[in-house]
Structure formats: C-alpha cells, structure tokens
Design a protein around this ligand. Structure first.
Ligand code: CP3
Length: 379
C-alpha cells in the first residue's frame, strides 16, 4: 500500500475513532469510506511517485486574464490586492477554469506579493505593467512587521482556500502556494519586475540586511503555507521564479539555503503534504536544488530538457512541466507537436503535465481546451 493511502486510512480511522471509539467498524459510513479510499487524485498519486499515463495536467496561472469571465470578474474589485483578499471573488476565479477544462488540480487564487504586503511593505499593481513596491535598496533601515501579525492579515486567503476545498470534488487537488524567499526578496529590493541587478548588488553590499530579509521571508512564508494547508490545501508549490542569473556562491546563499530552511521549517510545523519546488532559470544548479532542499517534486522550466533533469534529480522524483506558454498563443500543429514532445520526453518517470512558466494573457481558451484534449488522449 502506498504512503498516501496509508495516510488516508489512518486519517479515516483517526476521525472515526474520535467520534465513536468503540463502534468504529460497525458504524463506518461505507460511502464515505469508499470516497476516502477511492483513487486519491491522479495528481496526488503522481506526487506520491506513481507513473500515470496519460499524465495529470494543470496550468500555471490557470485563473487569469486569458479568460473573458476572469476579466469581467476582476472589474468588481478596486485593486488587484482587494481582489485577492475577497474570498468570494478569489474562489470564483479558481472555479472558472475548472468549469471549462477537465484539469486535475486547482490553484489557490492569490499572489506571491501578499507576503510583503502583509509584512507592512507598500505593494500595488500598475495596469499593464505589473507589480510595484517601494524599493528597499533606497531605504537606510529595513523594518518588517512580525511574521505572526502578518499571517493574521492574510486570513482572507485562508478563508478562500477553505471555500474552494468545500466546492471542488475530491479528485481535484487544491494547490497552495507562495513565492520562494529570494524571488519575493527581489521584488522587495528592486521594487518591480524586470532585471534583478539591484537586488543582486544589494546581496553583496548589504550582505547582512539581505540575509536578515531572507530569514524573515522564510519564517513568514512557512507560516503562510502551513495556514493554507490547515485551510485545506492538498499540496504546495514554491514559485522561485527568479532563480536565474546567479553564480554558484549566490545560488547557494540566496536559493539553496533559504529554500532548504523553508522546507524544513514547514515539516517542523507539522506540514506533511507534498511540496513542489519551481526554481525557474536555475539551469546548471537544478540538480542541487532537487537533491538538497527537501522538496517532493520539481517544476521544470521551458528551457530545461527533461532528460537532463532526470539525470540530475533523485531517482523517481516527480517532475512537472514544461510546455512553452507561447504554444497556447500559437495553437494548431505547433501546439500539438509541442505537447506530444513534452509527454514523450517526460515518460520515463512520474510526470505532471504543465507549462514551463505561467500562461500569458494572449493565450486563448480554445487552445487550452485543445491542449487538455491532446494530453488526456496521450496514453
Ligand atoms: O491561477 C493562478 O495561478 C492564479 C494565482 C496566481 C497569480 N499570481 C495571480 C495573478 C499565482 C500562482 C501567481 C504567482 C506569481 N505572482 C508569480 C510566480 C509565477 C510566475 O509567473 O513566475 C509572480 C512572479 C507573481 C508576481 C506578479 N503578480 C506579477 C509579476 C504580476 C504582473 C504580471 C502579470 O502577469 O500581469 C502579477 C499580477 C497577477 N497575479 C495577475 C494575476 C491573475 C494579473 C493581474 C490582474 O489580473 O489584474
């Protein structure tokens, strides 16, 4: 019996024992028992090390502006952060792609930048340009609110997770997420997206400040992710979207060390669910990230070949990825060839089909529908 089933069985027994210690077996609600023991989602089975053909599929940023109904919903909140902190709107955003496509997982609707917002930094989004923060590099002293207090401010996010878990079926897994410590730090240091030169410079010239910032982010992010699991998330993904462009010493200090601390802090907080690490742009460092951080599964970006990752990652580590998001704009035979190539390339081990980075607003819902059809028919 695999680990996940054992966990389910013991959770089930635990729940029922608590309710009526002596009559557990006779009073089992058989239907509930079967529902609990029936295939856990194929997505969670792959995260547990099974190879499943065709592979389960979800799409990074599957809720968002490529969907007309999302654009309509988005007009109901003044700002993007207000939208994220409205459980009713955020829950609806999560359900929208699930109504259109038979996806195997849902991802909580929120943003990686709610963490700096909760830590008391000013965060806002400029239409058509992206996020803005007051850059830390221009400030003499860095002050952050207490992680515990920050987490209290994020309670609407946990309420959203609870609502979603109550509204989607058990065979669809709910993914909680946060940004990796360095990725969130780059936005806080630099104040916007784009190149990360100032953030990297600060890592040298304000060595101690940056290390302190990373420590604050590790603790706050661990608490934030643990709260999502408590609210119903079945698995977690850490978006380390800015793992690129780092020398080996910086990769060790800014990515490996904080990511390892984050995963072990999560485990210390009692979090047992699988953790997907997505170190976009890690390149030659990807094997060390896979082997050393303690993650369960590895998200692979578009540029990294499946065979290279299989060689570098621990044997049988589940891999997720890595279709070029532009193929959901291009469509047609390009999409079909690209999708088949990804399925074939990852066939040698546990694989979750996904993009190599988030879907873009220019993608079409028709192309997403076509992709899901291609992948589901790919056994
Ligand atoms: O279905 C989902 O995945 C939605 C949940 C989600 C969002 N952001 C919503 C969002 C997730 C998982 C994220 C992660 C995120 N946010 C990352 C990591 C993934 C990646 O793409 O690398 C990063 C770096 C951010 C920070 C961020 N938020 C940026 C750079 C931007 C602007 C760029 C853009 O795509 O517009 C955002 C805004 C944002 N986050 C939007 C959405 C749907 C668009 C804003 C809007 O709808 O008004």
């Amino acid at each position: 019996m695999d680990l996940l089933w054992t966990q389910k069985l013991s959770q089930f027994a635990y729940r029922h024992n608590n309710e009526s210690p002596l009559i557990t077996i006779q009073n089992l609600d058989l239907e509930e028992a079967m529902a609990d023991l029936k295939d856990p989602s194929v997505f969670l089975r792959v995260l547990n090390g099974e190879r499943i053909n065709p592979p389960p599929i979800w799409i990074m940023r599957q809720a968002g502006r490529y969907l007309p109904e999302y654009r309509e919903l988005r007009t109901r909140a003044k700002s993007f952060l207000d939208f994220c902190y409205s459980p009713a709107l955020a829950t609806e955003a999560v359900l929208q792609p699930l109504r259109r496509f038979p996806l195997d997982a849902a991802i909580l609707f929120s943003d990686i930048l709610v963490v700096p917002d909760a830590l008391g930094r000013k965060v806002w989004f400029v239409e058509g340009e992206g996020p803005r923060l007051e850059p830390l590099t221009q400030e003499a002293g860095w002050m952050f609110d207490d992680p515990q207090k920050a987490i209290q401010r994020l309670s609407p996010v946990y309420e959203t997770a609870e609502r979603i878990r109550g509204q989607i079926s058990k065979d669809i897994a709910l993914i909680g997420f946060a940004g990796g410590p360095w990725t969130v730090a780059t936005y806080m240091l630099q104040g916007c997206g784009g190149d990360k030169d100032e953030a990297r410079r600060a890592a040298y010239v304000r060595y101690q400040d940056v290390d302190h910032l990373l420590n604050v982010l590790v603790e706050t992010t661990a608490q934030h992710l643990a709260a999502q699991v408590k609210a119903g998330a079945d698995c977690l993904q850490i978006f380390e979207s800015w793992a690129e462009g780092l020398s080996l010493p910086l990769f060790e200090r800014l990515i490996l060390k904080p990511s390892t601390a984050l995963v072990s802090r999560l485990r210390a907080l009692g979090v047992t669910v699988p953790i997907i690490g997505f170190p976009r742009g890690a390149g030659a460092h990807i094997g060390r990230y896979a082997r050393e951080t303690g993650i369960t599964a590895l998200g692979v970006d578009t540029q990294t070949p499946a065979a290279f990752v299989r060689e570098q990652a621990p044997a049988n580590m589940p891999l997720q990825g890595n279709l070029d998001p532009q193929l959901l704009v291009a469509g047609g035979k390009f999409l079909e060839q690209g999708a088949r190539h990804v399925v074939e390339a990852f066939r040698g081990g546990p694989h979750i089909f996904n993009l190599g980075h988030g879907i873009t607003p220019q993608a079409t819902p028709e192309n997403v529908a076509e992709l899901v059809r291609i992948v589901k028919g790919a056994a």
